[in-house]
Design a protein around this ligand. Structure first.
Ligand SMILES: [Zn+2]
Length: 148
């Protein structure tokens, strides 16, 4: 992939940025086209009052990135060990498919933001491990387990 050298926010680059946003490009894509970092593209866009679509063209259903509320009871570490902890791959939003875990890692505004990316069952947006975290009922200790 050709990477330009970023020359700063010249009129030309600003015009290109506007066009990319209007075309529904992601911040990552704009950064690549402009030759600047993703966060630079995002920052400049917000100063111009432009809003990046968090996903490229189409798929409006998946534009919302929301970290599920996590409630992990501290005494309930025993049963959690049944599911092995996956190594998060930190894949970008663009790389998500129906069978990749879309558990967010970090914060969407961070350069390192990505998704778990491990295999997920077809009926769940998360891998087995994150599915458990996302859907574990608050009162798990009542379920035959003993809290120490
Ligand atoms: Zn996961």
């Amino acid at each position: 992939m050709l990477k330009r050298t970023f020359e700063g926010w010249t009129d030309q680059n600003i015009a290109l940025l506007r066009k990319l946003v209007e075309d529904g490009a992601s911040a990552t894509e704009a950064g690549i086209r402009l030759g600047c970092s993703r966060s630079a593209a995002m920052g400049k866009a917000s100063r111009l009052g432009l809003v990046f679509h968090s996903k490229g063209r189409g798929h409006p259903a998946s534009t919302k990135i929301r970290a599920p509320k996590i409630k992990v009871p501290e005494t309930e570490t025993v049963s959690a060990e049944i599911v092995s902890v996956p190594v998060p791959l930190g894949i970008p939003l663009e790389a998500l498919t129906e069978t990749t875990c879309r558990w967010p890692l970090g914060h969407p505004t961070e350069e390192t933001f990505g998704f778990c990316g491990n295999d997920s069952p077809i009926n769940s947006p998360y891998c087995n491990f994150h599915h458990r975290i996302a859907y574990t009922p608050r009162n798990t200790s009542a379920h035959g387990g003993k809290s120490v």
